[in-house]
Ligand binder design. Structure first.
Ligand SMILES: [Zn+2]
Length: 203
């Protein structure tokens, strides 16, 4: 499959009434992580200073993209990519290896992951949620919660189904942008309310 150009022409319409965003094949990711250029050593340890995930967890500048969190982990909208519902889930502590997670952190991540899946799949146009973790550019453990929408791929177009990895790579590049578009912020507010309502209903 050729992913150099999008096969489906509606790349950005999760919310009714929002304008479509043209995807150009020469769009590129602005920088290595969330629009920031970051440098890490190979192990990623003792690199919490300058860590973009730590910055997201502790910065008031992130407030407009913040969705939910508890004492162990946080959830926020990925910056600089015009894809509503593309979230990042991470422990608040600068943890590099899964085996270094405290039990409470592990349980919190899993609990949030389940809620992310449920809430995103309850949103129109989202067909699947990809959970990916690499730790290559930014070693602070974090999970990309990537909403695969119905306009990104035709589930029935090919035998063998959708190439999820190719979809992820293509749309991260194609939807790269500067800042956070209003359509994305609108989804942030909507997800924030959904998480808040879910939490209060669990009390
Ligand atoms: Zn960190």
């Amino acid at each position: 499959m050729d992913f150099s150009t999008p096969r489906w022409p509606v790349p950005f319409r999760l919310l009714s009434g929002t304008a479509g965003k043209e995807v150009r094949k020469d769009d590129v990711i602005l920088s290595s992580y969330c629009g920031k250029s970051v440098q890490f050593n190979h192990s990623g340890e003792s690199m919490s200073q300058g860590c973009p995930v730590c910055a997201e967890m502790g910065s008031s500048k992130n407030q407009d993209r913040w969705i939910a969190g508890d004492s162990d982990c946080g959830l926020y909208q990925m910056g600089n990519i015009a894809l509503p519902g593309y979230l990042v889930l991470a422990p608040r502590r600068h943890v590099v290896r899964w085996t270094d997670l405290e039990r409470s952190e592990w349980e919190s991540l899993e609990r949030f992951r389940g809620v992310v899946e449920e809430v995103l799949l309850g949103t129109e146009m989202i067909r699947k949620v990809y959970f990916l973790s690499f730790g290559e550019v930014c070693p602070h453990l974090h999970i990309h919660c990537f909403p695969r929408t119905i306009w990104m791929a035709d589930d029935h177009s090919e035998a063998g189904g959708v190439d999820g990895a190719a979809v992820f790579v293509h749309y991260r590049k194609a939807l790269a942008c500067s800042g956070t578009p209003e359509e994305v912020l609108a989804m942030v507010r909507r997800l924030r309310n959904a998480f808040s309502e879910r939490r209060s209903s669990q009390k």
